[in-house]
Design a protein around this ligand. Structure first.
Ligand code: ZN
Length: 190
């Protein structure tokens, strides 16, 4: 039992690709196997109550909100945690080097870390934190939504409105997953 120690598992991909559901699936599997698991999310993501995460398939999991990733150490002090899961890592307020440093430190302490995060914003630019975590992961899973244009694997979460803010939270109806070809077609038309 409990041979699974200090691994970094990264779930990434576009919106509607099932990243959060996959993170929850891992959380469930580790819990069933008897590991002590804690789930976190950046406090910026307030789509639902401060203490749960919600995947698009409407399943919810209890999660602690983090203003700053360093707060995670307070939670770990209190309990003997073996696995931590963090949803929406791209929304953490810490600089990406600090995120890598903290998560690497947790792994060095024997804690397995599962994260889920968007790989790119709506213009196809990588999110810095995800970009830094992908190469150092032990296990990297890139998930794909279905392109609403042609039904193949999607590549990016295209924003249907003209809002240029990088982060528009909760407005999932404003996005559509598109493959590269369909995205380029739409970009040329606009
Ligand atoms: Zn397509």
């Amino acid at each position: 039992m409990h041979q699974y120690k200090g691994r970094l598992i990264v779930h990434t991909g576009s919106m509607f690709s099932g990243k959060t559901s996959s993170l929850e699936g891992d959380v469930k599997r580790f819990s069933i196997a008897g590991y002590r698991v804690l789930v976190f999310k950046p406090s910026l993501d307030t789509r639902c109550g401060a203490d749960e995460i919600l995947s698009h398939d409407k399943k919810s999991t209890r999660a602690y909100a983090l203003e700053d990733l360093r707060e995670i150490y307070d939670y770990l002090k209190e309990k003997e945690v073996q696995v931590v899961a963090i949803d929406e890592v791209q929304f953490l307020s810490n600089p990406s080097e600090e995120v890598v440093e903290i998560l690497t430190d947790l792994c060095s302490q024997g804690i397995t870390v599962i994260v889920a995060g968007l790989d790119m914003d709506f213009e196809g630019r990588p999110f810095e934190i995800t970009k830094e975590l992908m190469p150092v992961a032990d296990y990297l899973h890139k998930h794909h939504a279905v392109c609403t244009g042609c039904g193949t694997d999607a590549w990016v979460s295209h924003r249907k409105t003209k809002d240029k803010n990088r982060v528009v939270l909760g407005a999932t109806e404003e996005y559509e997953p598109l493959c590269r070809a369909c995205y380029e077609k739409i970009e040329k038309r606009d």
